[in-house]
Design a protein around this ligand. Structure first.
Ligand code: PRX
Length: 667
C-alpha cells in the first residue's frame, strides 16, 4: 500500500474508462441543442436563460432576468407573472392539441389503464382547483399530497399550482410520523390522499397513516382542516365527517370552468422535503417562473424531445424527479407520457418492458438501482420484449457504474440509444450536468459537463479548481433559474448548509456546494463520486466508494456492490464491500471472495483491494433507492446497527447481519 501523504483535499482518481459512444448521426443532425448552445450560453448567460423562459406563456414579461443583489437569495424573471398550471395544461388545449394524450396511465393491476388527453386534464385540474377553493384553500396556503402514483396525484399538484397554494408531496411509503412532521413544518391546511394504492399485487392502505398523522400533527400544535380522499382501491377507511371529504363528491361535482390567475414569478410553487445527514428534513422551496423554465428547458434539451415522443419517467411523484420530470417539465412541453402505479416486478419481472412495448415508449428515464436489479435478473427477461421503440435512455439518482451503463445501453437500448447520465438534486430543481444526446459522446460512468447555461467546477478545500485527472468537491459557480430559494422557514440553515463552505471572495461570488465529490478525468469530463460523507481515507488517500463499487460491478458475476471504509484497529480504515451476485452466477463459487478482491486490485490497484467482501442477498436502501452506507459501516465495524427508519425494507439489515455472521470465516 502507498504511504503517500493525503493529497490536499482532493479525491484520488482511480478508474479509467476508454469506451466511447458517438451520438447517432440522425439524432445529431436534428438535435434540439447543438454545440453552439454551449458558447452562446457562456457568452451571455442571462440572455440565454431569457430565451429559455420564452418557451413558457407569461401573462406579464419580466423586467429583469436575474436579481442576485442579495446572495444567496436569488430572484429570477423579476416582475414576470404566470400560472404554472396554465402553462402545463390550458395552453396546449388552446393551441389545438386538446386531443393529445397527456397520460397513458397504467395501474398496477394488469388491464387497469386509462388515457387522459390534455383537454380532459384541463377539466380535471379545473374541477380540483374549484374543489380546493371550496374547502377553504387560498393563495399561499399549503396543501400536502400523500398519494399513490395515480392521475389524481398529478391533478392535485396542478390544482394547487393553479390557485397559488404551494404543495408538498410526501412519498406514499413514508410513515405517519414523517408525514406529521412535514404537515407541521409547512403548516399544511389540507391533505390530499387516497384510501390506498396497488403495490406488489395487493392494495396497500394510505388513509390510516393520514389519520394518525393528523392526530400527531395536532399534538405538535398544528391542526389540519380537511382531508380529501380519492377512492382508488375501495378498501375500508375510517371516516371522520368533520374532516374527511371524498374526492368523487367534492371534485367530480365541481365546475370544469376555472380561470387561472397569474402569480409573481417568485411565488412559491412547492416545498419538497429532503433529509440531510443530520437534523430534521429540510423543506426545499421552489418558486414558479425560474423553476418551470429550468424544468421545461432541460426536459426538452437533455431528452431531445420531439412532438411524437412517448416519454416515461419511472420515478415516484413523491420525489423531486417526479416533480420536475413527470409533472412540470414534461407537461409544460406538452408531451405524451406513461404514468405507472406499481413496482417493476408486478405481476412478474418483465412488467416495465411490457409497458414500453405496449405504449411504444421512446424516451425512458430511470435510476441506476433499478438498472442494477435488472442486471441481476439477467437479460432474458427484457430480451423477450420488443424494445425497439426506445431512442434515448436516461439515468438519475446515483452514480451509474460504467458496467451498468453499458448493460443499459446494450440490453435495453439495443446499442442504438444514447444514455444520458443526469446529475442534479432536489435543491437544483433541474438537471445540471449531463451529456447533450446530439452533441456529446457517451462515456460510461461520466455525467460529462454542465449543460448550456450552467456553470460548475471541481475544487479543493481552498476553492482552487483541480486540474484534469484529479478529484475534489463539486460546486456550482453561478446561480441558475430552478435553484432552491431557501429552506422553508429557515433562511439561516439555507445559508449555512449550501453557501458557507465557499463564501464570496474579492474575486468571485459565493458558490453553491452540492455535498458531492467529483473528479475531472483527463479530458476534463466530470465523474460524480457520491456524497463526500461517503469518502474513505485509506492509507492517507481519499477514495470514493463509487469507484470501487464500479470496479466490483464490472466483474461478470456481480450485479450490485456497496463499499464502506471501516475502522480497523490494526491497519487504520480499510475497504469493506457488500456484494450482490447476478442470479446466473449462483453462489459465485468457493473462491468468489478472493476472485473479487483480486479483480478490484487489477482494476484499480492494491490500495483499493477490499479487506473484506461479504456476499449479501440485498442492500439497505432508502425509499428512493440510494444505498445507506452508514448502516453497512455499522455492520463492518461490528456495531449495533443505527437508525433504520428511512430504509425501504428494514428486514434487509437482519438478512445482512445474518449473512455476515455465517460468513465470518470466508472474509
Ligand atoms: O449524490 C448525488 C446523487 O443524488 C443526490 C441528490 O439526491 P436527491 O436530492 O434525492 O435527488 C435525486 C434526483 C435528482 C446528489 O447530490 N445523484 C443524483 N444524480 C446523480 C447522482 N450522483 C451521480 N450521478 C448522477 N447522475
Amino acid at each position: 500500500m502507498s504511504t503517500e501523504p493525503p493529497d490536499g483535499g482532493t479525491l484520488s482518481n482511480l478508474l479509467k474508462e476508454d469506451r466511447r459512444f458517438e451520438p447517432p448521426a440522425e439524432l445529431a443532425e436534428h438535435a434540439n441543442l447543438k454545440q453552439e448552445a454551449y458558447e452562446r450560453a457562456a457568452s451571455d448567460r442571462e440572455a440565454f436563460w431569457a430565451e429559455q423562459a420564452e418557451r413558457l406563456s407569461w401573462d406579464q414579461t419580466w423586467d429583469r432576468v436575474l436579481d442576485w443583489d442579495d446572495p444567496p437569495f436569488a430572484k429570477w424573471f423579476v416582475g414576470g407573472r404566470l400560472n404554472a398550471s396554465y402553462n402545463c395544461v390550458d395552453r396546449h388545449v388552446e393551441a389545438g392539441r386538446g386531443d393529445k394524450v397527456a397520460f397513458h396511465f397504467v395501474g398496477e393491476p394488469v388491464g387497469d389503464t386509462r388515457d387522459i388527453t390534455y383537454a380532459e386534464l384541463k377539466d380535471l385540474v379545473s374541477q380540483a382547483a374549484n374543489a380546493l377553493t371550496d374547502l377553504g384553500v387560498q393563495t399561499g396556503d399549503r396543501v400536502a399530497i400523500y398519494m399513490p402514483m395515480i392521475p389524481e396525484a398529478v391533478v392535485a399538484m396542478l390544482a394547487c399550482a393553479r390557485i397559488g397554494a404551494p404543495h408538498t408531496v410526501v412519498f406514499g411509503g413514508f410513515s405517519s410520523d414523517a408525514l406529521a412532521s412535514r404537515l407541521e413544518d409547512c403548516q399544511a391546511k389540507v391533505v390530499v390522499t387516497a384510501d390506498g394504492g396497488y403495490r406488489r399485487g395487493s392494495a396497500s392502505a394510505l388513509k390510516p397513516a393520514v389519520d394518525e398523522a393528523v392526530v400527531k400533527a395536532a399534538e405538535l400544535g398544528h391542526t389540519v382542516d380537511k382531508v380529501l380522499v380519492v377512492r382508488r382501491t375501495g378498501q375500508d377507511v375510517t371516516w371522520n365527517d368533520d374532516l374527511d371529504v371524498w374526492w368523487h363528491d367534492a371534485v367530480e361535482s365541481a365546475s370544469t370552468e376555472h380561470a387561472p390567475e397569474a402569480f409573481d414569478s417568485e411565488h412559491p410553487l412547492y416545498v419538497m422535503y429532503t433529509s440531510g445527514t443530520t437534523g430534521k428534513p429540510k423543506g426545499i422551496l421552489h418558486t414558479t417562473g425560474g423553476y418551470l423554465t429550468g424544468a421545461a428547458y432541460t426536459h426538452w434539451a437533455v431528452f431531445d424531445l420531439k412532438p411524437d415522443d412517448v416519454y416515461w419517467c419511472t420515478a415516484d411523484i413523491g420525489w423531486v424527479t417526479g416533480h420536475s420530470y413527470i409533472v412540470y417539465g414534461p407537461l409544460a412541453n406538452g408531451v405524451t407520457q406513461v404514468l405507472y402505479e406499481g413496482t417493476p416486478d408486478s405481476p412478474e419481472r418483465g412488467r416495465w418492458w411490457d409497458v414500453i412495448e405496449q405504449h411504444g415508449v421512446t424516451l425512458f428515464y430511470t435510476a441506476p438501482t433499478a438498472i442494477r436489479s435488472f442486471m441481476k435478473q439477467g437479460r432474458e427477461i427484457p430480451d423477450q420484449r420488443d424494445l425497439s421503440s426506445l431512442r434515448l435512455l436516461g439515468s438519475v439518482g446515483e452514480p451509474i457504474n460504467p458496467e451498468a451503463y453499458v448493460w443499459y445501453r446494450h440490453v435495453i437500448g439495443g446499442d442504438r440509444t444514447p444514455v444520458v447520465d443526469t446529475w442534479w438534486q432536489t435543491e437544483t430543481g433541474m438537471i445540471m450536468i449531463s451529456p447533450l444526446p446530439g452533441v456529446t459522446h457517451g462515456k460510461p460512468g461520466s455525467a460529462m459537463i454542465p449543460i448550456p447555461g450552467i456553470a460548475a467546477d471541481v475544487v479543493d478545500d481552498d476553492g482552487k479548481s483541480v486540474p484534469d485527472g484529479s478529484g475534489g468537491y463539486l460546486v456550482l459557480t453561478e446561480p441558475w433559474p430552478a435553484m432552491l430559494r431557501t429552506i422553508w422557514g429557515d433562511d439561516e440553515r439555507y445559508k449555512d448548509t449550501y453557501w458557507s463552505r465557499y463564501p464570496a471572495t474579492e474575486d468571485r461570488g459565493a458558490w453553491y456546494f452540492a455535498g458531492d465529490g467529483a473528479k475531472k478525468d483527463t479530458d476534463g469530463d466530470l465523474w460524480v463520486l457520491g456524497r463526500v460523507d461517503d469518502v474513505m481515507n485509506v492509507s492517507g488517500h481519499r477514495l470514493s466508494t463509487t469507484e470501487i463499487e464500479s470496479a466490483l460491478v464490472s466483474h461478470p458475476k456481480v450485479a450490485e456492490a456497496a463499499v464502506v471504509g471501516a475502522k480497523d484497529e490494526d491497519t487504520g480504515p480499510a475497504v469493506c464491500a457488500f456484494v450482490i451476485l447476478r442470479d446466473e452466477a449462483g453462489d459465485g463459487g468457493a473462491d468468489i471472495v478472493e476472485e473479487l478482491r483480486n479483480h478490484v486490485r487489477k482494476q484499480i490497484g492494491p490500495i483499493a483491494k477490499p479487506r473484506q467482501i461479504m456476499i449479501v442477498p440485498e442492500l439497505p436502501k432508502t425509499r428512493s433507492g440510494k444505498i445507506m452506507r452508514r448502516l453497512l459501516k455499522d455492520v463492518a465495524e461490528h456495531r449495533e446497527v443505527g437508525d433504520v427508519t428511512t430504509l425501504a425494507d428494514s428486514s434487509v439489515m437482519d438478512l445482512i447481519s445474518q449473512g455476515v455472521d455465517s460468513g465470518k470465516d470466508e472474509a
